[in-house]
Design a binder for this molecule. Structure first.
Ligand code: SIN
Length: 297
């Protein structure tokens, strides 16, 4: 089988054809995929059939897998695999997280000091409509900014808070363990990063966690964030993925955000996810610092 990649949206999202992800990839293929993912934040593979171990094994080719703070969403079989689903078990308890609602533009682990920025989602069951996921290219969104706004955000850090993320969740997803709370204090991350391989600048954003900008009062910080999000999420920067069963999509949260459309709660949707610590040599990986009381007051 010959390996090919074709663009889905300019340089931003690509589909890889000719790989069976359940088979062990040779060294050249792995190098090719690592290089491709460093440059294109969204890669799509169709018609895959993977066990949880195979999904985790494929993810681990790109870096150590994280066990995310939401241990309540972890698969009972392979704890590095998370279940993203609205399905419930025999006692009506959710089997995973994120239910059926809309999820606004976000970058998965922005609330962590050292976020694991790689993610993979594998589609096993899908609703007949809705549940579509979109990604936005924050490198193109930076390039398109006018110089005055570039100057305003340069050198600035935003405050990212998991408490804000939780408030947007539905039902039991809003509840988390004391340990998870301890691991997720508000953190600061720079708003602009430079990609280590391409030298292109990109913004680092998450509308579900940012609560302000370090050194700016609440009103000016919120106004600036609103302006930044309105610009970054314009349709020209977006790839909208229409899921098919067997799809694997991997994305780099270091220079993209994603959102999910809601779907009928009576329909079934089951996705499996891995989260990966990507290397700073090939990817934008924000290095956070703890926000002080002053920054978050
Ligand atoms: C996520 O935001 O990580 C999940 C996206 C989805 O359910 O499509």
């Amino acid at each position: 089988m010959t390996l090919e990649s074709r663009p889905l949206v300019d340089s931003f999202a690509r589909e890889i054809v000719g790989l069976r992800l359940w088979e062990r990839s040779d060294g050249r293929t792995v190098d090719y995929l690592r290089d491709l993912w460093a440059r294109h934040p969204v890669l799509v593979f169709r018609r895959q059939a993977l066990s949880e171990h195979e999904l985790a094994g494929f993810g681990a080719l790109f870096g150590p897998l994280e066990r995310v703070v939401r241990t309540d969403w972890a698969s009972p079989m392979v704890p590095e695999v998370g279940l993203i689903s609205n399905l419930k078990d025999g006692q009506a308890r959710p089997i995973g997280g994120l239910g059926d609602g809309e999820i606004q533009w976000h970058s998965d682990q922005s609330y962590m000091l050292n976020p694991a920025t790689g993610a993979m989602l594998y589609a096993l069951e899908l609703p007949p409509e809705g549940g579509t996921t979109s990604w936005v290219d924050l490198s193109a969104a930076y390039a398109g900014l006018g110089d005055p706004l570039k100057r305003v955000v340069e050198g600035r850090r935003a405050v990212f808070s998991y408490v804000k993320r939780l408030a947007g969740y539905q039902g039991v997803d809003r509840v988390m363990s004391e340990e998870a709370k301890r691991k997720t204090p508000p953190v600061l991350h720079p708003l602009i990063h430079t990609h280590p391989m391409t030298g292109r600048k990109a913004r680092y954003l998450d509308s579900t966690t940012t609560i302000g900008i370090d050194g700016m009062d609440d009103v000016s910080g919120s106004a600036l964030l609103d302006e930044i999000y309105a610009f970054a999420t314009q349709p020209e920067f977006v790839y909208r993925h229409h899921w098919r069963v067997g799809d694997v999509v991997m994305w780099d949260n270091g220079f993209s955000m994603h959102r999910r459309e809601p779907f009928d709660p009576a329909a079934r949707r089951l996705m499996k996810r891995t989260t990966i610590f990507l290397s700073r040599e090939r990817h934008i990986v924000p290095e956070g610092s703890l926000a002080t009381e002053e920054t978050v007051s």
